[in-house]
Design a protein around this ligand. Structure first.
Ligand code: NAP
Length: 287
C-alpha cells in the first residue's frame, strides 16, 4: 500500500505524516510537494518525496504513480477560481494515475455555507465524484488554531477579544485533531464514499473563549462585539491588508449567523473527544 500526501510541507499535511509514521512504515508514505528541498526533513525520516505542483497536471500525475490512496490537501491560494483550476488538475491527475481512493480535505457543511471558500470545496467534491474513483470527504471545521494562537497574549494585554461574531457559536477543531482524524481514515477501513463533517461536538462562543482566557491568564478579558465594518476597520488599523481584513470579518460574520454552530459526531467517531478549549488556550498562552 502506498499513500500519497499532497501539501506535505504544509502544517496539516506534515502533521498527518507524523501521525501515519506512528502506525505504518515510512516506505508506504509518499510526500507530494511543490518544493522538494522544503521536504528534506521528511526524506530523512524515510518518506519518499516527489515533486507535484497543483498548477501542473503532469507533475501531479507523476507524483501519484503507484498510489492506492491519495490524501489531497486543499491548496491555500486566496484566488478562488485559480484554486478550482488547481484542484481540477489534481483530481484529473489522480484519476489518470489510477489512484483507487481520493481522500479530500473539504469544508464542514460546505453545501449550506455562505462563505466563498466553501464553493471551492464543493466544486472539488463534485469534480472528485465525477471521476467515479472512491472518495472520502474530510470536511474540516475552521481550525481553532486560527482563533486561538499566540496572538491571544495581545488580547490578554488589551483585556479584550474584538470580533463581529456576536453570540454565534464556533465548532472549530485544532489542526492537530483534524490531522489525527485524517490519519485514522487513511489507515482504517470502510471509509469509501463517505462524507464526514469534522466539527467540534461542543461549539463555543467568543464570550466563552474570553471567560476561559480570563481563567487561564488570571487577567479579566472580555469579548467586545463589533459590527462587520467596525471589524474590518479594526483589522486594517492593526496592519492587515484590506482583502485579509475582509476575509476574516467575513468568517466572523459566518459565526454570527449561526453557520458554524452546527454539530456532528463524525469527528468523535474517528478520534474520540477533541482537545478541550481550556487546553487549547493553555497551549496558546504557554501556561
Ligand atoms: P499551509 O501550512 O499553508 O500548507 C499549504 C500547503 O499547500 C503547503 O504544503 C504548500 O506548499 C502547498 N501548496 C501551495 N500551493 C501549491 C501548489 N501550487 N502545488 C502544490 N502544493 C501547493 O496550510 P495548512 O495549515 O497545512 O492547511 C491545509 C489547507 O487547509 C490549506 O491549504 C487550505 O486549503 C485549508 N485551510 C483550512 C483552514 C481551516 O480553518 N479549516 C485554514 C487555513 C487553511 P509550500 O510549502 O511549498 O508553500
Amino acid at each position: 500500500m502506498s499513500i500519497v500526501i499532497t501539501g506535505a510541507t504544509g502544517h496539516f499535511g506534515n502533521r498527518v505524516i507524523q501521525e501515519l509514521l506512528k502506525t505504518i512504515p515510512a516506505s508506504e508514505i509518499i510526500a507530494s510537494v511543490r518544493n522538494v528541498e522544503k521536504a528534506n526533513a521528511l526524506a530523512e525520516l524515510g518518506v519518499e518525496v516527489r515533486h507535484g505542483d497543483y498548477m501542473d497536471y503532469e507533475s501531479m500525475k507523476t507524483s501519484f504513480e503507484g498510489a492506492s490512496k491519495v490524501l489531497f490537501v486543499s491548496g491555500p491560494d486566496s484566488d478562488n477560481t485559480l484554486r478550482i483550476r488547481q484542484h481540477a488538475n489534481v483530481v484529473q491527475a489522480a484519476r489518470d494515475a489510477g489512484v483507487k481512493h481520493i481522500i479530500y480535505t473539504g469544508y464542514a457543511f460546505g453545501e449550506t455555507s455562505q462563505i466563498d471558500l466553501a464553493h471551492v470545496h464543493m466544486a472539488t467534491e463534485y469534480a472528485i465524484r465525477s471521476t467515479g474513483v472512491s472518495y472520502t470527504f474530510l470536511r474540516n471545521s475552521l481550525y481553532s488554531d486560527v482563533f486561538i494562537d499566540e496572538s491571544l497574549a495581545g488580547s490578554v494585554a488589551a483585556g479584550e477579544i474584538v470580533t463581529n461574531t456576536g453570540d454565534g457559536k464556533l465548532n472549530a477543531v485544532s489542526r492537530e485533531d483534524l490531522a489525527l482524524a485524517a490519519a485514522a481514515v487513511l489507515t482504517g477501513e470502510g471509509h469509501e464514499n463517505k462524507s464526514y463533517n469534522l466539527v467540534n461536538p461542543s461549539p463555543w462562543t467568543f464570550d466563552e473563549l474570553a471567560g476561559v482566557v480570563s481563567e487561564v491568564s488570571g487577567k479579566q478579558v472580555s469579548h467586545k462585539k463589533v459590527s462587520f465594518n467596525e471589524m474590518k476597520d479594526y483589522l486594517g488599523n492593526v496592519g492587515l491588508p484590506a482583502p485579509v481584513a475582509e476575509l476574516i470579518a467575513g468568517i466572523y460574520h459566518s459565526v454570527a449567523t449561526g453557520e458554524t454552530g452546527k454539530t456532528s459526531n463524525d469527528l468523535t467517531n474517528l478520534i474520540g473527544q477533541p482537545t478541550p478549549l481550556k487546553k487549547l488556550v493553555q497551549q496558546a498562552l504557554k501556561v
